[in-house]
Design a protein around this ligand. Sequence first.
Ligand code: HEC
Ligand code: HEC
Length: 193
Amino acid sequence: MKEIQKTFTPLVIFLTLVMTIGLTLQACAYEDDDDDDEGFSRFLPARMDFRPADDPQYREECGACHLAYPPGMLPARSWQRIMSGLEDHFGENAELDAQTARHITEYLSANAADRSHTGRAPNIARSLGVDAPLRFTETRYFLRKHHEIPPRLVVNNPDVESFSRCEACHTGAERGDYDEHQVRIPGVGRWDD
Ligand code: HEC
Ligand code: HEC
């Protein structure tokens, strides 16, 4: 009996230590998470921060000049504002025929941040309150996630130029994966903060 205790006591102490260290590390990993939509999704096989844009007409028309943005990035009232001002769309003419415009407006509205339960959509909707921004990149939600990135890596970087070009840095943007560990800023490489 004594012999068994001699061998087992150190083992129990060792296992307890390993478990404590493991739990502490896990807690640290989520320490800087400021919203509750981040931790759990890391354990899912295919991470989805946003449901990717899947409507063929939307992808074709609104993916011609930039990424076909995920509808869950803005609330329905923002999409409606954007869709009703396409003749002067950030300095470009992006006008569509009435039927296509109606279809796209319906698609965007139905899957908007305030109508979707996927990924970050609910938190984005909550953070906006009643605002109807035309840009996700000017929302507090976005700025909070990107405030550590200096302008020289974006506006002064010919391979990026604008924060609106999500896919320039987020290698999984098309899949709706915006995990910070998948970020590669052109000319900088892996992002380690
Ligand atoms: C003719 C080119 C063109 C087309 C077509 C186009 N856009 Fe844009 N869009 C732009 C430009 C230019 C910007 C500003 C990009 C920048 O600031 O770098 C922009 C920005 C945006 C933004 C703001 C992104 C941010 O900064 O958060 C949204 C949202 C958007 N477009 C939605 C749409 C939708 C919806 C459609 C389809 C109806 C569409 N766009 C079609 C040129 C276009
Ligand atoms: C210049 C490169 C760059 C561009 C362009 C960019 N991002 Fe990011 N993004 C980053 C980096 C770097 C981080 C991680 C920041 C940190 O952890 O400090 C990040 C973080 C995020 C996060 C949080 C991810 C996480 O794991 O917490 C989201 C969501 C996000 N970006 C969405 C977008 C969207 C949507 C766009 C386009 C409208 C965009 N980003 C454009 C570089 C970029």
